[in-house]
Design a protein around this ligand. Sequence first.
Ligand code: IFM
Length: 474
Amino acid sequence: MGRAGVTRYAFPDNFLWGVATSAPQIEGGRHEGGRGVSIWDRYADTPGAIADGSHADVACDHFHRWREDIELMRWLGINAYRFSLAWPRILPNGTGAVNAAGLDFYDALVDGLLEAGIEPYPTLYHWDLPQALQDRGGWGERSVVDAFAEYADVVTRRLGDRVRNWTTINEPWCIAVLGHEEGHHAPGHKDPAEGLRVAHHLLLAHGRAVRAIRDAVPGAKIGIVHNHTPAHPATDSHGDTDAARWFDGFFNRWFLDPLFRGRYPADAVADRIASGHLEGPEMHFVQAGDLAAIATPIDFLGVNYYSRVIMSQNVDGRPEAVKAAPDHELTDMGWEVHPEGLHETLLHLHREYGPPEIFITENGAAYDDPPGPDGLIDDVRRIDYLRTHLSAASRAIADGVPLAGYFAWSLLDNFEWAHGYQKKFGLVAVDFDTCERTPKNSAHWYRDAVAANAVDAAATPSTRGDSRVFDSRN
Ligand code: IFM
């Protein structure tokens, strides 16, 4: 028990508390330090692609303010930071000539984190493919796999003396489906057959990178990040149950089965053939040895959890997602707040696939709360979201899941892809005119949770911060 009568969920002593960001969403510095062009630069330059017409040329200006951001992390008291490296900053043409200034940037960031007692958890790829590679066919072309292995080798040989924990790719589903099947993300293609090839090349690139990192960094701990979304049938009818199975196959098992079992899920392959996305019964882009490479053992699975999906069979007999009941809270993304789904997800992944360790590599909520008269952003809904999800995570540990850490998404309000700057996930607000950072009340709450290594099951009414703009000298 914590406060009188309130259940307290404690975490193990060695639990990692972190925050997560990604280079294309916070870094900026588009034209600086020898950086090449990424597919998201090109996509954001396309009229109408980004909801608010913005781009990430400056974003949170982390490229110049990274020291201030480390001070923010030190103030939060966290012991781990998940961030991504910009491939076009390191290899501006995707392969070949290395940009020394790009590697120097991450070298200094890593040193700064370690000096602050914060363990770096870099991700090699969080969606910013060098445009030069896209011009050669991007993730749809098999040669991208060699390019990714080369990039992994270059980076890990430079940083591997200090960085032990490596993540290959963030959310392959989003890259394949949002970017290549549905056209909502860069490069904006709408080609389901290409999406399937892309998914395979991403998985293969992951497997090849695992081997490259193990060669370069003895003792490295390596994982991949999947955005797991549990699917629940709207009713217990056969049609709705099958719609939930369909979604799980398309969204979750299409990635997890090859990674942990060395095969694509047969029912989901059959679904794809039935929908005309595969020509004939063969996955012609899968070559001998690919699945063994994809299933190269990893040390951890990163899980990004935001919500669940409720599935139904529509009048045409097709699977479709339906809205949650009106009394269920939604975030500004329209995603249902469903913390129980995190507990379910963690237990499911542990029992079904048994990764040696699991990290929650992203979890958080978009809410736009304006500052009050005292200047404080009192984002109670975000605090509630974090509290209930952390409670679910703690219960999963008690149930035997080897959950080793939690990274809140995100440290800063940032460039939320096709939504631009309209969706705010940060614990810390960013004024996008001045790039000034102001911790929200959730940042103060998270800081208290980190210090206590525990969360209370009910809200703490007195968690109020002060309204000052963050000044690392304080
Ligand atoms: O902002 C994204 C992040 O880049 C990937 N995971 C989901 C987040 C919220 O949409």
